[in-house]
Design a binder for this molecule. Sequence first.
Ligand code: BJW
Length: 279
Amino acid sequence: MTKGESIFYCHEKAQKARMILLRFLCLFVAKDLSATIAGMQISEELRRRFAEAERVLVLTGAGISAESGVPTFRGGGNTAVWKGMRFDVISSAEMVERDLPAVWEWFDYRRNFMDSILPNPAHYEIARWQERFPDFTLVTQNVDGLHQKAGSRDVVELHGNVWRARCTVCGLGHDMSQSARPDACPSCGHELRPDVVLFGEMLPRGAFEFASSKAASCDLCFVIGTSALVYPAAGLPGIARAAGAYVCEVNPERTPLSDLCDEVITGKAGEVVPRIGAQ
Ligand code: BJW
């Protein structure tokens, strides 16, 4: 190789190196841009924790189903109403006592409405996470069954499910996902009520105890789409944090839990959640 050729070769090599560097830079910028789309920022710390986590707990609320078209309870300034009644009036234990047919009308309407509703990318991504982590627990406050529709198994339903009824006397549960609601309990003939947990009512036996034991032993905890106002569900991220877990909230708005979290990703679940897993 002559001196001239060698200089040219060096130039060519330098040019190649510059191109490689440029490509790397582009990749970095693209990655960074994708992480900050719509103002959302997924930190390197979260990416690392996500890659290394073994025990993961996810707590979801109504916000995760918002992009599927299910209205949240407290969105739009606390205005969720049914026939002029606030949801916490119609969805109350007192109303079950006072006017069970009215409660059924409200829940029949919601089942009918939810029948055609589909999971969104957040539900599907979370369903994939159950295969990704050795110990994965999904706890939901939602009663819409969309996590299961997306493929999630063993979902801990803290507040019940609109697709189930239970007897007001013997407590027998009745599945309504494949069949119409029976007029009375098939076992004892007494009145049925929606199998959901209303204010002041106890959560299903063992559900919170199981969820809180998983919170106390997880290393990564996600809080997605909940206003974190309703207890005991809203206490779970605190249990996880106190036990040393990294806690990440996904919500377009701040909540009373935001300050407790290690990371708050401001954005919609359907947009943010699939990006957390896509590394
Ligand atoms: C998005 C988004 C997008 C929008 N992406 N995000 C300790 C302290 C104080 C009070 C209590 C306490 N312990 C117990 C209580 C009493 C009570 C309670 O918590 N009251 C507070 C309200 C003050 N709790 C209870 O009564 C519970 N029972 C109980 O504790 O039993 C033991 C006991 C019995 C008796 C005496 C004492 C103890 C039962 C709670 C049952 C809640 N039931 C409901 C109704 C279910 C039936 C129905 O569907 O009609 O469950 S209420 C309603 O709120 C529903 C939800 O599951 C729950 C939580 O709401 P959630 O999911 O957070 O939704 P929203 O609408 O509030 O928020 C949506 C969020 O999404 C927002 O932040 C948005 O920004 C966000 N978002 N789009 C991501 N695209």
